[in-house]
Design a protein around this ligand. Structure first.
Ligand code: ADP
Ligand code: MG
Length: 295
């Protein structure tokens, strides 16, 4: 189970359902940060700093990450591109503490705190939030109830009062407007019968509700048609507001055209082999990964 799995699973068990896939959703929804986290960060402070990170598959011992180095500051959007199997998803999962992987070397800090010294749930509490490639369906639980449970779990852990349905609606409504989502969305069961684009926008709504300090979106653009992609890209841009950090994993330039990342990294065989601006994505589109890395 992933770190977020812990909270999502406990929520799901309360709701007497089992999620098909666990996610990193259960984190705080208020503005204040964990007491363990620096609250006086100025703009431009480092959010995530990863150095020479190596990791293997726990079960097989196969080394997947071979030395990832990456720094993300407040307000920055980074994209990682790379062939299938280059280690992009593994990187995101190692950061949030997925138990399938074992860190074998290197360091990772979030707001200066050692990520690997923290339990997966604590990582979420500090504000690092991963959106999975395959969003869960939770039959029998309405979207509003699910979002409010996640939000209130987080508030409880911080000693804050829970929001009742009315208060939560007041909290949620402006977010729906920002994301251009129909309120009828909320009454539906979590992800049940959602189109691809609706699922992805629902993921983004969850990130917005949790007010994640840094969101990692793994292929949020996969399987979307052009219209859905436009909606999702607009929603992702909402997550960039303020000093939020964003890490996007994508195969395609089309998402990046709409989101304008500050940095684009190319991952190959478990490490970042090139970093540049968005023009890297255009080169990839023309010549493939070989065009970039054959130098
Ligand atoms: P990407 O997201 O870039 O497509 P992944 O991180 O999913 O790549 O996978 C990188 C490599 O690690 C692949 O060869 C994949 O098969 C392997 N891998 C990832 N997770 C596991 C796992 N839990 N067990 C075995 N192999 C894995
Ligand atoms: Mg992947």
């Amino acid at each position: 189970m992933s770190h977020t799995a812990v909270s999502a699973a406990s929520l799901a068990s309360k709701a007497r359902v089992a999620p098909k896939f666990t996610r990193a959703g259960a984190r705080g929804c208020a503005h204040s940060r964990s007491s363990a986290v620096k609250v006086t960060a100025a703009k431009g402070d480092v959010l995530l700093e990863v150095k020479d990170l190596t990791a293997k598959v726990a079960e097989t011992g196969e080394e997947i990450l071979t030395g990832v180095t990456l720094t993300i500051k407040e307000g920055e959007t980074h994209a990682i591109m790379g062939k299938n199997g280059s280690g992009k998803s593994t990187f995101t999962k190692v950061l949030v503490g997925h138990p399938s992987y074992e860190v074998t070397g290197g360091t990772a800090t979030f707001r200066g705190q050692d990520l690997f010294a923290m339990e997966p749930e604590e990582r979420a509490r500090t504000g690092l939030f991963l959106s999975f490639q395959s969003p869960i369906e939770v039959p029998g639980v309405s979207n509003t109830d699910f979002l409010r449970m996640m939000c209130n779990e987080r508030r409880k852990s911080r000693g804050e009062p829970e929001l009742d349905p009315l208060e939560f609606y007041g909290f949620l409504t402006p977010k729906l407007e920002q994301l251009n989502m129909d309120p009828s969305f909320l009454a539906r069961n979590v992800n049940e019968g959602f189109s691809g684009g609706e699922k992805k926008r629902n993921e983004i709504l969850q990130l917005a509700v949790m007010e994640s300090e840094m969101s990692i979106l793994d292929e949020i653009d996969s399987g979307l048609d052009v219209d859905a992609l436009r909606d999702v890209a607009a929603a992702v841009n909402v997550l960039k507001e303020g000093d939020k950090g964003l890490l996007l994993i994508t195969h395609y330039q089309r998402l990046l055209d709409a989101i304008h990342p500050d940095f684009v990294h190319v991952m190959q065989k478990g490490k970042i082999v090139q970093t540049g601006d968005v023009s890297i994505a255009a080169k990839l589109e023309e010549g493939g990964f070989e065009a970039l890395t054959a130098k």
